[in-house]
Each structure stands twice: as C-alpha cells, then as structure tokens.
Design a protein around this ligand. Sequence first.
Ligand SMILES: *Cc1c(COP(=O)(O)O)cnc(C)c1O
Length: 463
Amino acid sequence: MEASKILRQLPSVNEMLNSSDAKRWIKNSTQPVVKKIIDDVLDETRQQVLEGKLDDINDDYLSKQVEKKLADRRVRRLQPVINATGVILHTNLGRAKLPDSAVKAIESVANHATNLEYDITIGQRGDRYKYVGQLVSELTGAEDAIVVNNNAAAVMLVLSTLFNQKELIISRGQLVEIGGSFRIPDIITSTGGILKEVGTTNKTHIKDYENAINEETGGILRVHTSNYKLIGFSETPDSKELAQLCTKYHLPLVNDLGSGLMLNLDQYGFGHEPTIREEVESCDLVMFSGDKLLGGPQAGIIAGKKKYIDRIKHNQLLRALRVDKMTLSALIATLKIYRDPEHAIEKIPVLRELTMDKCVVLEKATKLQKLILDKTDFQATIAEGTSMVGGGSFPDVQLPTYLIDLKASASETKLNRLLEYAKYPIISRINHGQVFLDLRSIDESDFEKIIISLNDVAKKMNK
Ligand SMILES: *Cc1c(COP(=O)(O)O)cnc(C)c1O
C-alpha cells in the first residue's frame, strides 16, 4: 500500500483513547500514561511507514504495540524478581537479600518517629552514627565507625578528607576499575589527591612504597582488587608490612576492602581472605560495603582510628552521603547477627547461599523439579553446574550447584524473555542454548511463585 494511504487510515489519538481496548488499558494504568503511549506508538508508526518499513497495518497492529509498551512499563517498575542466575551477589538484581531481622527492623522504624538524631540519655540532639559506630567497633576492634550511602561514597569521603592536595601512594597492581564509573585512579584525582603509583602490575615491593615517600606524601592506599585476581608471579606487601612502614613515617594507611568479610570462611574452601577485624588491626581506616559479603543493606562502612573518623564527621560531604533511618536500622540488625557467629551463616541469606552444601542444593532442585513436572507442562531435568559469588567477591571461586534445565516449545531466548515478563519475573541463566534455573540462589519460599510464573509463561507461549 502507498505510504500516504496508510497514513490517512491511521486513527487519531482520541479515536484510540475512546476504543474499548483503551478503557481496559486505563483501568490498569492511568489516562495520561495511556495517552502518552498511544502518542508514541502513532509517531513511531508514522515514522516507520515513511521510511518504508511498514507497508501494511492490520487491525490490531496498533493495539499490540500499545500493549507491548504498557507491559514494558509495568515490568520496569521496581519489584521483586527471582534470582535464578546462581550469582549470589548480583549487582543488577540488588545484591544482598536481607536477613529477616533486618526486614523487621526497617518495618519498626519506617512509619514511626525515631531517635535517629536524638540522644535520649541527654535529652538533646544526638549523633546518628554513635550507636552503629559502637556496634561496628565491638565487632571489628575498630575505635569508631561511620556509615554512608555505599562503599564508593565511603572511599571518596575518606580520600577527600585525608588526602586533598596530598600525594597518595598506591601499587600499580591495585589501580583497578570496580565497575562502570568507579576507577581508582580517577577517584583519587577527583577527590583532590595526587596519584603516586608505585611498583608494577604484578609485583610491588615494600621498598617501592618507601622510595616514594616524601614531604608531599599524605598516606598509603590499599585497594582490594575484588573482581580481578592476579595469579602466578605476583606479590604485594600485605597490610601488616605497610602498617610498619606507615608507623615509621607517621602516615595513615587506608584500605578499601570492597566486600569486607566479617567471618573467616576458610573452612568452606574459599581460600583465605583477611577479615575486617584482621585489617582493622593494621590499617588506620578500612572501608567496605554493607550489601556484599556482609549481607546487609546498601551502605558503606568506614571503621578505624577515632581521630580520623572525627575528621570525617566534620567533612561537609558527609551530609550529602548520609544514610537514612531505614538503612541504618537494617544495617544494625544485620551487624547484631554477627554477635553470634555460629548462627550468622544460617541467618544471613548471603552467607547461607554461599556456604550451602551441594547436597542441600540437590534436595531443593529435586523438590522444584517434581513441582514443575506435576504442576506445569514444562520438561525439567536436573544438571550439575557452578554458581558464582558475584559482587566482585571471590572471582575465582566456583561453587558446585544443581540447576533445572527447563525445556519448552519456545526457543531459549524467547523462553528467557517470557520468564522475565512473567507474573513473578524469573531471571534465568542461558548456557549453550539452554535455559537453566540455578537452585543455589533460589529460596524454597519462592517455589510456588515459580510454578505460577511458569504456567503464566506456558499460556503466552501457546498464543
Ligand atoms: C564494590 C567495591 C566498591 C564499591 O562499593 P559499593 O558499595 O558498590 O559502592 C569499592 N571498592 C571495591 C574494592 C569494591 O569491591
């Protein structure tokens, strides 16, 4: 058909808005949203017709386009999803699932006035960081601590407080990019520090650090390389060695731990990773995330010597980076669990999934497989595989796991998309053309939702 003819046949926005379909759309959305989407669809359709990409428009073409946009909008809202990727700390999926006590803590303060910045003991304005500071100190041996929005903020705050206009010595092996826009060299310069890189990518010796010290030196920064690991001919001084050097020259040693591990996980075969307590012993300040291996809410914790924490408390930037009562309550509740290390592994979902025995994962997989076979039209077989820790933690660790290999009449990419658009979105893992659900990162309490979603997908597949 000719372009001009098709264009003439297109309905107006108002015609579409008055259709019976539109009544249904508006019921599930709002009039202005539906109107905007209809506008967009008509614009895009006109454009495509003019470009010769559309030469025929059947009756329900426009409705389908609107419905697709409405569905896209609906799935984009912030909502729970089922993490079937097997990546335990999936940054795109919001990292740590909170312990129950942290959820309760948020609930208890959310719709209530709190003593966030009111010190009941003196009946006056108080310090929002005092209690959490004492708790972190109790658990890590630090003198004091402070909490900000995330670890990126913690690092920026520390650097800008301590090393503005000063040289900051760092090993070339630690000039890493943590993800997207967080690159250590850029962070140092953007916070006013002067980058003084020493050593080489694979080897840095203590004398490299010592040779770089002069009157302009502000201190030494250590950075956990997190998502990246050098193996083979490589070496870098540990915090203890650096601490001796820093003591000799009266310089602060600060350490971006990234994940920050509270408990020693050696017995689970992760390879030794120093705990926060071990690092606090050597370093003047350590910084770590609240929602990586700690297993709490998004936050950045700075712990260490009181004299530096006090300086940070006077930095104007702190006001812009501070955490609210909900984050603080969830973090406090999570930290409290660590008072009883024996039970922390069970009570903190991140640690539970991380250390879950392969047999337990298999039990879950068998249970879900039976449910899928009994209650849906999908085929499901169990396969062995590996899960990842994620969140830039333990990049070389592969956790043995069991997966459900999900089979349906649709292609794997279509099935994967449908799972993501389901009532309870399931984020699966595609491997070698197959769709897998990794049971290590799936909670048994979500099995019912998975079945509902699979039946939802089956209906759409047959359409
Ligand atoms: C993850 C990470 C950060 C950033 O932490 P966020 O809590 O994500 O802001 C900074 N430094 C290191 C070494 C990290 O691993």
